[in-house]
Design a binder for this molecule. Sequence first.
Ligand code: SF4
Length: 931
Amino acid sequence: MTPIRTTCPYCGVGCGMLVSREEGGISGGYSVRGDPEHPANFGRLCSKGAALGETLSLEGRLLHPEIDGVQTSWDVALDTVAQRFRQVIEEHGPDAVAFYVSGQLLSEDYYVANKLMKGFIGSGNIDTNSRLCMSSAVAGHKRAFGSDTVPGCYEDLELADLVVLVGSNAAWTHPVVFQRLVAAKKARPAMRVVVIDPRRTATSDLADLHLAIKPGMDAWLFNGLLNHLAREGALAWRYLEAHVEGFGAALEAVNSLSIPQVAEHSGLAQADVAEFYRLFTQTAKTVTVFSQGINQSSSGVDKANAIINVHLATGRVGLPGASPFSITGQPNAMGGREVGGLANQLAAHMDFTPEGIDRVGRFWSAPNMAQQPGLKAVDLFQAIGEGRIKALWIMATNPAVSLPEADRVVAALRNCPFVVVSDVVARTDTSVHAHVRLPAAAWGEKDGTVTNSERRISRQRAFLPPPGEAQPDWWMVNEVARRMGYGEHFGYAGPAEIFREHAALSGFENEGTRDFDLSGMITVVPAQAGIQVVRQTSISPTHWIPAFAGMTDQDYDSLSPVQWPVTPQGGTSRLFADGRFFTPSGRARMLPIAPRPPAHAPDAAHPFILNTGRIRDQWHTMTRTAKVARLLAHIDQPFVEIHPQDARRIGLKDGALARVKNDNGEMLARVLESREQQIGSLFAPIHWNGQFTGQGRVDALVHAVTDPISGQPEFKQTPVAIEPYPAAWYGFVMESSAGILAGKPTLAAGELPKGRGFITPALPGHAFTSGYWARVRGKACWRHEIAGIEVPADWPSRMRGMLKLSGDWMEMKDSGATRYRGALIQDGRLLAVYFLEREADRLPPRHWLESLFERDALSDAERGALLLGRPSQAVPDSGRIVCACFGVGENDLNQAIAEGAASVEALGIELKAGSNCGSCIPELKRLLQRQ
Ligand code: SF4
């Protein structure tokens, strides 16, 4: 098979990939490697991207449309959706329906959904989960530049002499861009890196200066920098006078802010603040990368503008190696911004202005143009909870996990009269509340485009047929639109046709007035009435869809990565180097920023500030990454990171369970002691959800407070309490991942597409306990770590009752009901084990038991050892996986270090660790320092 060029579906770096078929390989033999010709990654992939080939099994997939949990046909499902949406609109008006979409969608999916809602249903109620990650940057850009434009590109990080990373753990969240920065710094040791983050993270490892700022106080720091630049005579006055407005007010707002005051507000040492200011002042080629630590705040837009202010004040915008740089979280957050997937945007970077509404309305021939912005994500779900929205379609996202006050979101979904969920996965915390579930095509099965953080549009290309009855999202929306009576305008034959229309809209009556312009890629066919062309399609002999030439389907198929705006001469690496912006005056705007603290301050009942974020090897709600054992072997359970002094004071032990809580809800997580955490602060990951753990959803705690302009929630500063979880017992269940315990596969093996796996929904841990449980994938088994407060006396019988299989049970139970051990063996093979103890450290080593699931048959000694609860002889244990690319564990690394490997390079030679994506290098360095 000729390798297929496609794009990684995870983070906003947007790495290009080559996918090939390799007989006998894992997951039906699809291998994934970085595309050496893709300008985002030049062949590199991180641990998540490199493992994509192992996520292709059909395990857990939704394969057929369902209504109320019962399989149905596409026709019935789509008719039902269209009829219920029509009915709600007729009875309650268009604002009684909504779409909640996702940065996981391709631009073509997004475009069709946005067009249906804003042009034909006539409501602005389509918002995207990208609201949660970068809408503050969008608003900051628009206030400063008059457009949502990222002025620079990744190359700028390599060209800069100073890179400032603010609120970004890029080493884990955007690993390939981070590795480009690492390589650049290695090549030019004079380059300086400053990291501004309350935590010391893997990213800080690269920093010449780490500013462990007080959570949420970034605007003080950048305001102080603006004042410092003015005092040092470092303002670019000629640039300001020619190209910027508002600088007088912006400077006045900061002119009394001294370094000691900044240090006091931000919790930093004066010397560190002064050093940062010195570096910024003296370094013309400076890039400031900002991300969720800035955006996810009740004053995120102001913080973004405080950063942009210092770049405008020094004329460092859109120049090689000099720019502010917002880096997005999701693979197509940027594409969503382009099509208008945010409720307050219209389409193609046009807003709800009278001219914008008129222009887009004429382009679409839309009968019901929305006249005003719709509800932003948090407000949208509040409206659902209050009964104002009565029909909701959620596409490719999981708001029951990811939105703040997630328990209230669940309550809203339960009360909503009609919920549609289109998703790849059969069961999510959200889809269990859906009346209609629609099976979506997954990465590898769908075609379209995505745009990464540097405005680069790349193709995602299918290399697999959709399984079962799965369909791409654009097709579902198109079909519902037709059934709602808009067939004349929704007759798309495929993504190429949608993209051409999207590109044409971007250029429609643009004439250089809007930043987002793809018209250089296509040519609009001249028509008598505006741009509409009557065209025959299979749907209707007079089907009104704009027609475009200049990009054939073949051109679309072979589209090379390109940065917008795209002129006939090609893409654009940087914008604004000429000092012209998209404001009415053509000048950029500096804004006076009045810093605000986080909306909720800690108090006696909630003395800790909880920060949330991603970890290195998981993506979003784990539907794909948790299928790969080595990705879960780095961090396998939800955790809460706490400084050891705080842990000691509260009576928490490293590795034990803790309850984190406030008035919104609570979560259970493993304690991770770390000196990299500030005293008084906690960190917990966003990934774990109801399918992988009991009470592990951190966003159940986060307050639904948002930035007043962007509507982005404050995920980073939630006051909480933490206490030990008083478990009376601990245990685990392991089940073979061959799927036999979970009952019949939903597809017979013969029906499966060649080379794909079985569907094996694993045993839900909550069947065992109402306390703590977490599901972990091993190489040949699933493991459920469990703990509870009440000792479940009937636990063995419950376990047996769940297993419908014949086999030999071996069991051991003590008279005090404090210990149970059981193993199920069939034809000599181990199918399941369970262990329960009063004390966690009495449980046997998991790696030993995991190794037994890989055997064809157990020996007598191994059977005996099962009941004894310990191996008959030592079993090698590699330890927690540190290098996910090569599966290298902590114990093996420590041994290599003890035997003389004294550098990261030496560990790479010895064990290959750190020699692929490089994401684990900061951890390797820490292991080296420890010895
Ligand atoms: S950095 Fe990793 S997750 Fe992000 S796009 Fe590249 S391979 Fe995918």
